[in-house]
Structures are given as structure tokens and as C-alpha cells.
Design a protein around this ligand. Sequence first.
Ligand code: ATR
Length: 508
Amino acid sequence: MPEPTSDIGLIGLAVMGQNLVLNMADHGFDVAVYNRTTSVMEDFIKEVEAEQPSASRVHGHAELADFVASIKCPRKIVLMVQSTAVASTDRDAVDKVTDQLEPLLQEGDLIIDGGNSNWNATIRREKEYAAKGIRFFGSGVSGGELGARFGPSLMPGGDPEAWESLKPIWEAIAAKVDRETGKPIERFDPSNPVTLEEGEPCTGYIGANGAGHYVKMVHNGIEYIDMQLICEAYFLMKQLIGMQPDEMSQVFARWNEGDLDSFLIEITTDILQQRDPTDPSRFFVDVVLDTAGQKGTGKWTSISALDMGIPANAMAEAVFARCLSAIKDERVAASEVLRGPAEAVDFGDQGEFIENIREALYCSKICAYAQGFQLMREAQNEFDWDLDFGQIAAMFRGGCIIRARFLQKITDAYAEDPKLANLLLNDYFNEAVNKGQAAWRKVVSLAVLNGVAVPAFASALAYFDSYRTATLPQNLLQAQRDYFGAHTYERVDRPRGEKFHVDWPEEN
Ligand code: ATR
């Protein structure tokens, strides 16, 4: 048996897997690769040999046993296979591959699931495989294809000792941000990858068992709402002002120079000026069908929020907005019979209204992130993790889809107060929302009056107004519950926890 030469192995050569392999090889690691369908591995190796400067560091194996034997001990094997498990008891390709690996591994070897696995499954796997001597680790990988290739944001969760052995590779391949400015260092050059000396890596130990996958999931939930908010800003400019995509592109380009500076605003700027490849007289965005797809992480985030009783309503709204968009035929039929407001309400000065939309977007975004971080705060209690929210926000600054200048403000807020209950209570965010709220209210009102749906703007505003209200109408709700179900109520003039019940008249 030849001496093992690879530093790490990777199984699952779909798009993300291939790009991670190349990223690791660029950073000087020898990577063994294996794929269930051997021809996929062979094609990949051919492509790599023809095109990639670090080709000599990628080693293909047709047999799983050879693949495992080629990796230096303690082995590190990254799984990038399709994960479908939702409940902790569901078994999918991740379990299947881990079960195949198990007899080939030695005590202390490490399996890293880099797919979008559900955290419940990761918690179960970590326990189950630990009992068999395998250290199972879950790591969120964000940033899409380009991120995986040149620097993703990596959210690892599992045994802290396992992290120590993975850390040098994960830190090397992660996205880097400038240590002074917090801005991503972006260089898409395989022969000159961004190094640790140049910047701070967008990775760090998140917590035990499923913590990494949970944080990655919330990242995706935030991504859903971030995208939806941008879509609503676009929709207002289109429907109320009647702007053309290229005009809107200029607006987004301007916004990208301020507080909203982010990857998603940047790509929106590009998308809106793109022409239809089949008919350049049209804008690309105008020929894209308005039905959104989804893979489920936004839904999981919302379900988790509901399970734990955390009001992440803007995130759920973003998922429902995709669902509503998907029932296209029904909407087209309804548009023939259901009428909106009879008269348009004027938005006033165009430049001022566009600025109002920007402020509404920023305020809504603050609320959405407040919800996401509240969710993670509750999850750490539920699952007994010890999350560092400032570090998590810092990790999101580069590589991932939600990377944005704004994240530095979140890191700063948690540096000031690691136990901050809600981002809105931090001075910077409190002031930002105070400053923008008149515009935010105007935008939501005008949208409502004109019949333009802005579910995320409106939901975020309702969250803000509810959160800042000391007495909500749920006093009446509790009275109703006591009336029909004898569910009892607490009194404003008695200690919390004391229960009362009124003998309501019998129904007649
Ligand atoms: P993407 O969405 O990027 O295409 P994916 O569907 O999440 O990726 O993952 C696909 C990868 O999982 C492929 O490498 C696939 O192997 P094949 O090329 O043989 O299809 C791998 N995969 C899926 N199910 C698997 C299983 N049961 N055992 C091993 N590998 C599996």
C-alpha cells in the first residue's frame, strides 16, 4: 500500500464540491476526490488537468477504499453530497456515504458534512457516529459556486478538537476581509489566491454538533428576506414611478455606495442593466418569469422560528412571498377579477420618494437581521450552544451571499454588549431606524394605498411597531381565550405567573 499523500479528501463532485476542491488545491493542499458516479470524477480530473494551475494536487480515485487509504491520518473527509434529511431520524445520502466510509476509517478520523444539511440531522449524526469512533462535523458553506472556488464563508460546528485539525485548511480557503476596513478582499485568480496574511478569514468555530448548520440556515433565511426587500424596492420603482430597469440600476449603484453596500445590491445593479440575450432590445429582467423557486432553508428557518416562538415574521413573509409568486396561473386569473384601488395616490417628488424607498429598505433590513439574530439567540438556549454573535456577523462579511458593509455594525453592536437582547436596542440601529422611520411609513402607506404588495417592508414595520409597544392588544386575546376555553389570564396588577379565570356566562 503506497504512503498516503493527500491532506484531505472530498466526496461529491457536483458544482460546490468541485469548486471547494480547486480552492483547497490552490492553497497548497493535496486533495483526494471520489464521486459515486466514477465518470463524473474522471471528467472533473480531465478538466482540471487541462485548465487548472493546481491540477497536480487533485487526485481522483474510482474506489472508495483507495480514496480513504490515500488520505493522511487523522483523515479529514469532506462530504458534498445531496442532503435531504429534515427530521433528525431521516437518513439520506450523507448517512449512506458515512456508513460506507465507517469500516474504512480509523478512530479519530473526521467527516465534515459541507452540504446544506438540516441541523437536527447533524446533531443526530454527531452523536451516532461518535459512538462508532468517527468525529462527525457539520459545516455551512456559503457563497455559491464563486465563493466555494475563491473563498466561501465557512460555518463549522462540532467537536472543538475536530475543529482544531480542520482549522488550518478552513481558514486558508475561507474568504478574507481586510483587517482594518472589514471589506472583502476579492481576487479571482487561481494562481494567486488570497492568503491568511492578507486578511481575516470568514470562518471560526461556531459551536457544538449542529450549530454550524443552524447558523448557515439562518444565514439563508436572512438571504431570503434581503432578496425580497430588494425586490420590493424594485417593484415600487417599477409600479409607482414607472422607471425602466436601467434607470433603477443607476439608483441601486448609488445605494451601493452607502449603508446598503452589499453583494446583493451590487448584483441587482448588474442584473437591471442586463439585456435579454435573445433580444437585446429588451431588458433581461423583463423576460424572466416571476415565479420563485426555493430549496427549503428559508422554510426551515421559519419553521424553527415558529417552533421556538420567535417572531421572525419578515423571514417567513419572504418565504410566503415566494410561494405566492409560484401560483402564477391563479394570480393571472385573479388579476382579471380582483380590482385594486380605483385611484392612484401621488408619491410627490420622484427623487425624494426614491430616497424614502432607500430608507425603508434599510430600516426593514435592520429589523430582518434583528429577527435572525434573535432566532440564533433562542437556538443557543434550546440546543445548549454558546454562540458568539459578533463573530458570526464578522464571518458573514466576506464570501457569503449576504456579505455587506452593514455586518460590521452588527459585530460592533455585539462587541459593545455581547448579551444584547435585540439589535434594535443598540444605539446605532436605534438611531438609524428612528431617522428612517418617517420615510419607511410613507413608503408602506403609499404602497398600500396604491395596491402594490410590499409584504416584507410592511411586515418588518409591523415587527418594529409591535416590538416598541409596551401594551399590545393581546390582553383582549387572552380574555377571548379565557372565555371560550378557560385558558386563564394573568393580571396587570398581580405578579406574573399567577393565573386567573372568570366564570363566563354559559353559552345559550
Ligand atoms: P447540486 O445541487 O450542486 O447538483 P447536490 O445535488 O446537492 O448538488 O449533490 C450531488 C452530489 O451528491 C453528486 O456528487 C452525487 O453523486 P452522483 O454524481 O453519483 O450523482 C452525490 N450523491 C447524491 N446521492 C448520493 C448517494 N446516495 N451516494 C453517494 N453520492 C451521492
